[in-house]
Ligand binder design. Structure first.
Ligand SMILES: Nc1nc2c(ncn2[C@@H]2O[C@H](COP(=O)(O)OP(=O)(O)OP(=O)(O)O)[C@@H](O)[C@H]2O)c(=O)[nH]1
Ligand SMILES: [Mg+2]
Length: 219
């Protein structure tokens, strides 16, 4: 069975929901009611199977609090994907993703990575559920996010897509987005190692790829 092993690192300001997104992706029924500040990188794994192909993700959760976040750590070593996370209720978490922001997350991280050509990045904006329960002026609006994503993608073409998510209300959609990323691995990385008795055949799943969520249609 061809197996691809890929490393995903999740980054972004504190309390935007990085740990919650991962927890709900790994176990959709996971209770995410509290904020337990992540203080050191935390590792989890999940495997996706597409016919005869397997994609094994190692996922690294990182601290968002500047007291604990450190680029000196080796978390980005051999990384394949980086997911940047902001949240709708935190305007600064969105603004600070822009490459020209004085404390830009994208610039800070991506300019420090030497083999950036081998990395693909995604941008998640979490807590979409708050758009319906919070006063609109307390939430970042979607056109602003689209503008900032354009700036990011212009500077860093390694960005693929952005997704509105809600770890609280829609873990299924988060699962689908990760599944879409895994599927892209089987399509773009034919170097995955087949065993002797598994000849490389077209993967039947590849012919039926549909947008993995509603955001895929906009970007
Ligand atoms: N309303 C809402 N709350 C959420 C959502 N996702 C996470 N939260 C809440 O946001 C808070 C912070 O979530 P975490 O996942 O701990 O945030 P984090 O980004 O890992 O924070 P650090 O570890 O400090 O970097 C918690 O109280 C979660 O319950 C969501 O989709 N909607
Ligand atoms: Mg955390």
């Amino acid at each position: 069975m061809p197996i691809s092993r890929k490393k995903i690192v999740i980054v972004g300001p504190t309390a935007v929901g990085k740990t919650s997104i991962i927890a709900r992706y790994i176990v959709p029924s996971f209770d995410i009611s509290g904020h337990e500040v992540t203080i050191t990188p935390d590792f989890s794994q999940k495997t996706h199977t597409f016919g005869a192909d397997q994609v094994k993700f190692s996922i690294v959760d990182t601290p968002g609090d500047p007291k604990h976040f450190s680029l000196a750590s080796s978390v980005f070593h051999n990384c394949d994907f980086i997911i940047f996370v902001s949240s709708f209720d935190n305007a600064l978490s969105v603004e600070s993703m822009a490459p020209d922001h004085p404390k830009s997350w994208t610039k800070h991280i991506l300019d420090s990575i030497t083999d950036i050509d081998s990395i693909r990045c995604y941008y998640f904006i979490n807590k979409e559920d708050l758009l319906t329960s919070y006063p609109p002026d307390l939430c970042v609006d979607k056109p602003q996010i689209a503008r900032i994503f354009d700036e990011i993608k212009h500077r860093y073409p390694c960005f693929v897509q952005y997704h509105y998510v809600s770890a609280l209300e829609n873990p299924k959609e988060i699962g689908k987005i990760f599944e879409g990323i895994a599927k892209s691995v089987t399509q773009t990385h034919p170097e995955s190692t087949p065993t002797e008795d598994t000849p490389i055949l077209p993967n039947p799943d590849q012919t039926s790829v549909s947008p993995c969520c509603k955001c895929c249609d906009i970007v």
